[in-house]
Design a protein around this ligand. Sequence first.
Ligand code: GLY
Length: 401
Amino acid sequence: MKILVVGGGGREHALGWALARHGHTLHFSSDNPAFAALGVVEVGDPLERARAIQPDLVVIGPEAPLAAGLVDQLDALSIPAFGPTRAAARLETSKVWSKEFMLRHGLPTARAQVIAAGQPLPTMDDGVVKVDGLAAGKGVWVCSDAAEVRRAVAEAARMQPEGRILLEERLEGPEVSVLAISDGTRIVPLPCARDHKRRFDGDRGPNTGGMGAVAPVVIPEREECVEILQRAVTAMAHEGTPFRGVLFGGFMLTQKGPKLLEFNARFGDPECQVLMALLEEDLAPWLVGAARGRLPGPSLKTRVGHACCVVVTGEGYPERSADAAITALPADAADLVVFHSGTRRVGEALRAVGGRVLGVTGLGPSAETARERAYAGVREVVFAGASWRTDIGASGWGSAG
Ligand code: GLY
């Protein structure tokens, strides 16, 4: 199959890596030094690239092109695209719309209120503050007291001056990422994963795009979470905006059962890295099936075992991007893959240039062996300021958000 992958981060490297293993001809419209080994890289507007290449499928990694309506534009050209339309992507692209959707359909979630910037703030001793629109992983603040809530609301108003702000009740419990491929009617779930969003060990420090992930995470609430995702897909179809693509539910496993923290309309990053590492069968027929409105079977085959992805960043992340020569990397092996998120080739040299630079992903028969393999790989990475959490896959479940 001829496939165009849109997006240039670690998630798209993982998608390309998984598809290339099954012999597909890959094209990429963004730059990432790792893509050259997987297919043809021609940087440009994805719609123009698709028009020129006429692929059998376009796989869209990031949320921004979904928000911009790339799937609608590809539909108009009759080019199959994996990802939701602009209207369906509102599950992620508008936090306010998404919350109203959850409440409209009785999907379990935190209580919330919406305020416009400048409107008086209700009294809140703690809570979660979210900007309405996309914010590249930076628009959520988990606040422990009233002063933090006030500061977060001020920051949210600075970030999106015209936007609305969502104020949510703070939920307590372990957090889990449940992703399912949807054809607009039916879903097929992937193994549950766990992201580690806080910057520092022990779930301390600012929220980030994700400092590492593990899968599978075995939880008794899995079926309940999957059923909530299925209800969401059914409700989207009833509202006339069927959701085709990957629906990602961020759940808090509270004492009163799983509650939705948010929806995302794309693969998580770094969840995608561990999920792709665990896939046994070819993903392409599933992505095409989702795009065409008919998934090819009842379940996706994953390999027996565990995966652990440790994200390597520059030391100033998330405030500053890395800028350093990478002088050593571990070699990929059957039980280790290094996914590139923020690297650039300058002549012969490879540089760390992003916030999140690499996702070093280990595989093993147990969670512990996968974790050990990933950290052995991480210790072979050399660039000035290279930094990572040391407790990916090892920390307790306690988190809040
Ligand atoms: N890892 C969380 C996200 O992709 O939004």
